[in-house]
Design a protein around this ligand. Structure first.
Ligand SMILES: Cc1ncc(COP(=O)(O)O)c(C=O)c1O
Length: 426
């Protein structure tokens, strides 16, 4: 039987990087001693008041068809939250409740781009973006996030990648996998690029409540002239430890939100009613658990940074937010694939090779902070011990540690930093 071309576009590569995680899970099933830091599911419980509200709704029979893109109470709660974040007044007509942030990303891409269009995505990039762009048929244009800028955005690189076919830029701040949180100036500069070239800005803000060192989240939707071209994508998955609930939302122009409604009608006919009716409380009340989780991630980040600070053969990029951090393993003399594979086999720690997030992640491994302090301490000890066994001559370690990261290390053609990924099939 024949299938549509989209099925090939969705089954894309990047799977090799996940091989280490698959093996780590297998090791665990076999009862072997392994610390798994290759996945990003919070190890905390959903705040009890939210769970209780949901159970009550199910028990009271709220189990029938509900609203396709979010009921009025939930939309009003999200609108008030958005206003607190951005100072912009929005209403129900601007909000679409989605199945996780993932549903919002998919919907946003489907509504603004199609075959023949291009979407610019800074890379390393969260793994599903490729599928989302492939699904809508557009071409994903990679623009490298440079390690020497601690993976911060460079609006000049983005502008250099714009063509007449560009429809949107898709960003994520704070960023998975690098932990970079873009500041107001970076986002202002990006906003100017979007305005100059009449582009959408799809802004994935799922880690906006997980910022460190007193940083405040900046949503590009809050910047002058940006609300009408920004689609904010967010969810409760990480900040409220609710990955399994699949509660996300988009905030965007009313016309965009109408299109999301019809997409939801075709795709899922709305998120579960009893979940819609119970999670408004997550926006209206301040849960101490949310701040506690944020603070725990920050403490864990500090723990790993301190534990690995003296390690000669790896260099931690201190994250500013999210629940991930990148470790530069180039000084170890191994590729990130070799490093993570050998680290699992020889030391029982599972980290994800940076290539899983695109070619600009090569030379780095991603460590997830969604594990206990004890596990993170043990993992750090094992990483340091493993790195210490590597037989790289001292001279080359010093040279590598001194050498500034060069752009050319990360892209093949330095004069044209962006990389267009051709669609394998249409
Ligand atoms: C950057 C980023 N965007 C979106 C998502 C998907 O979030 P959700 O579980 O709300 O669909 C994730 C999940 O890890 C993520 O890291």
């Amino acid at each position: 039987m024949r299938y549509a071309a989209i099925v090939d576009r969705l089954a894309n590569e990047g799977a090799r990087a996940w091989e280490v995680h698959g093996r780590a899970m297998q090791h665990r099933r076999e009862g072997r001693d392994v610390v798994i830091l290759s996945i990003g599911d919070p190890d905390f419980e959903t705040p009890e008041a939210i769970t209780k509200a949901m159970v009550e709704r199910v028990s009271s029979g709220d189990t029938h068809y509900g609203s396709i893109d979010g009921g009025p109470e939930l939309k009003a709660a999200i609108a008030a939250y958005h206003k607190r974040q951005t100072s912009h007044d929005v209403g129900a007509e601007n909000i679409s409740v989605t199945l996780g942030a993932q549903g919002g990303l998919y919907g946003a891409a489907m509504c603004v781009a199609q075959y023949g269009d291009e979407i610019i995505v800074p890379q390393p990039v969260y793994v599903t973006y490729d599928s989302v762009v492939q699904a809508c048929g557009a071409t994903l244009v990679d623009v490298p996030l440079r390690p020497e800028r601690d993976f911060h955005l460079d609006a000049g690189d983005i502008e250099a990648a714009v063509t007449p076919r560009t429809r949107a830029v898709m960003i994520n701040t704070p960023h998975n996998p690098t932990g970079a949180a873009y500041g107001r100036d970076d986002l202002m500069a990006l906003g100017e690029v979007c305005k100059r070239h009449d582009l959408w800005l799809i802004s994935d803000e799922v880690y906006s409540r997980t910022l460190f060192d007193g940083r405040e989240h900046v949503s590009p939707a809050s910047l002058p002239g940006m609300a009408e071209r920004t689609i904010v994508v967010d969810s409760l998955s990480k900040s409220h430890a609710m990955t399994g609930w699949r509660v996300g939302w988009t905030v965007g122009p009313a016309a965009f939100t109408r299109h999301m409604y019809y997409l939801g009608l075709a795709l899922h006919y709305g998120p579960p009613t009893f979940i819609q009716s119970s999670v408004a409380v997550a926006f209206t009340e301040n849960f101490p658990e949310v701040e506690e989780m944020r603070a725990r991630y920050e403490a864990r980040r500090n723990l790993v940074c301190e534990a690995l600070a003296a390690c000669e053969r790896v260099r931690v990029i201190k994250p500013e937010g999210s629940c991930f951090m990148m470790i530069d393993v180039r000084p170890s003399g191994l590729t990130s694939q070799e490093f993570s594979s050998r680290l699992l086999d020889e030391a029982g720690v599972s980290l994800l090779p940076g290539e899983g997030f695109g070619s600009n992640g090569s030379g780095f491994v991603r460590l997830s902070l969604t594990a206990s302090d004890e596990e993170l301490s043990e993992a750090s000890r094992r990483i340091a011990r493993f790195a210490g066994t590597l037989n790289l001559p001292a001279r080359s370690i010093t040279a590598l540690r001194r050498a500034p990261d060069t752009f050319q290390d990360h892209v093949k053609d330095a004069s044209s930093p962006c990389i267009r990924r051709d669609l394998r099939s249409r």
